[in-house]
Design a protein around this ligand. Structure first.
Ligand code: COA
Length: 415
């Protein structure tokens, strides 16, 4: 079976996490992704957080599947010529260098256009145009600048960053959508274009509901679904809401059996209005189903703390999985707090290809997250990440270089 992006060639000039996330997805959808790395060193993550000496780190291998690696010194005049040949042959150039690096290399948008007017140039940057556009940015900077940190954590504590890499991987996802959209538009216009995904913008997009709440707060001075209501004070900005669900259905994280020793013996419990009577039955508080202080969502709002304390008395008598089984029978929305160990061992995730075991020539077997987006006509096969420069000769030959020319360029340090 063919792949959705068969025939699309990507010049992958990405490093670290945000850009590689994007190009890995495109590779999984069938694009030929040619990763250009610095000769001798490669993507810095190859050697970061290593768990085995002298072997590509999991940081690198888990973000660079299904790609080919070529090493080119793009500051060497002959290396530049090789890059020019690649630009002429590819459909998309993806990069996430610090602002201005591509221009300094001599590859301005105008120069790339001269070489290939159909080329799409896609970039991740920390910030869009404005006061911070020249700043280098990593994940947590983006989480802080995009509104995630100020709205995450508990009201009486400092801002908190989340484990989900919404700044890096989140922006890579945004960029991937921009690229396929630009490829689609190119079928009409015949022209390439620039695609920019700024990490601040990507995080803010994922924090959309918090800007909604900012405006609700400004208008009404309160937000009834926040744990600060009715006793705490609201200030001028959206506060941190702990584990409140943030939607119209109040939720909280509750202890389950074993919480004293297991840091993940918890369940997320949602008191969804249509199943309120069932919740009351399950926890043995049948009278709350008809008590005017508890019977309606509005009446319950001032009592949420007590309600969750009562539900927790019940969840503490069950493991998170037992609680889940019982609650699901009654369609009560809930979710166990799963540890990474539990997720790694979950057979259903292996079956769907969301968790995949990959074999690597120097590392051996390791687990990775496969393609989370499943296309029925374009199944994903996860292939190991390339060794540094593994495909330099192969790609050079495809560009028309003879073995003698390749060897001369190697001697000159261009590749
Ligand atoms: N051959 C020769 N030189 C190369 C090269 C190659 N194949 N590939 C890259 N380089 C050079 C670049 O030309 C640049 O040199 P310059 O500074 O002289 O112009 C340098 O290597 C690249 O550097 P830079 O992107 O500045 O790396 P850094 O390690 O200093 O910064 C980031 C890393 C992530 C902070 C920065 O790239 C950045 O802000 N990126 C955009 C935001 C982003 O994606 N952040 C998230 C990362 S997960």
């Amino acid at each position: 079976m063919g792949k959705a992006l068969d025939g699309v060639r990507i010049l992958d000039f990405t490093h670290v996490q945000s850009g590689p996330t994007c190009t890995q997805l495109l590779a999984w959808f069938g694009a030929d992704v040619i990763k250009v790395e610095r000769a001798g060193a490669g993507d810095i993550t190859r050697e970061q957080l290593r768990d085995i000496p002298d072997v590509d780190s999991l940081y690198f291998t888990m973000l660079n599947h299904n790609k080919r690696s070529v090493t080119i010194d793009t500051k060497n005049p002959e290396g530049k010529q090789v890059l020019e040949a690649l630009i002429q042959k590819c459909d998309v150039l993806v990069e996430n260098f610090a602002p201005g690096a591509l221009d300094r290399m001599g590859f301005t948008w105008e120069r790339i256009q001269e070489l290939n007017s159909r080329m799409i140039v896609a970039s991740v940057k920390g910030f869009g145009p404005g006061p911070y556009e020249d700043c280098k940015v990593y994940e947590n900077v983006a989480q802080c600048a995009g509104g995630a940190a100020s709205t995450t954590g508990f009201d009486d504590g400092p801002p908190v960053v989340t484990g989900a890499q919404i700044g890096d991987s989140g922006t890579g996802l945004h960029l991937a959508l921009g690229i396929v959209t630009a490829l689609y538009q190119r079928t009409q216009t015949g022209r390439g274009q620039r695609v920019l995904a700024a990490m601040q913008d990507g995080v803010l997009n994922l924090c959309r509901v918090k800007l909604r709440d900012q405006q609700r707060l400004a208008r009404t001075g309160t937000m009834k679904e926040y744990p600060q209501y009715p006793n705490g004070k609201f200030g001028e900005a959206v506060p941190r809401a702990g584990n409140a669900s943030g939607g119209g259905q109040p939720g909280w994280i509750l202890k389950c059996k074993g919480w004293e020793t297991d840091p993940n013996a918890y369940i997320y419990f949602i008191t969804q209005a249509p199943v309120w009577a069932k919740i009351c039955n399950v926890i043995g508080k049948e009278e709350w189903a008809t008590d005017p202080d508890y019977a309606t969502p509005a009446a319950r709002l001032p009592h949420l703390k007590d309600i969750f304390a009562e539900i927790e008395r019940w969840t503490m008598t069950k493991t998170k999985f037992e609680a889940m089984q019982i609650l699901n029978k009654y369609d009560i929305p809930c979710g166990p707090i799963l540890s990474m160990k539990e997720i790694a061992e979950e057979p259903s995730l292996r079956k769907t290809g969301t968790i995949v075991e990959v074999d690597h020539p120097t590392r051996g077997k390791y687990l990775t997250v496969g393609n989370p987006i499943k296309l029925s006509d374009s199944p994903t096969e996860v292939k190991r990440s390339p060794l540094l420069g593994e495909h330099t000769d192969e790609v050079m030959a495809e560009l028309g270089y003879s073995p003698e020319q390749i060897s001369a360029l190697r001697t000159a340090g261009a590749i």
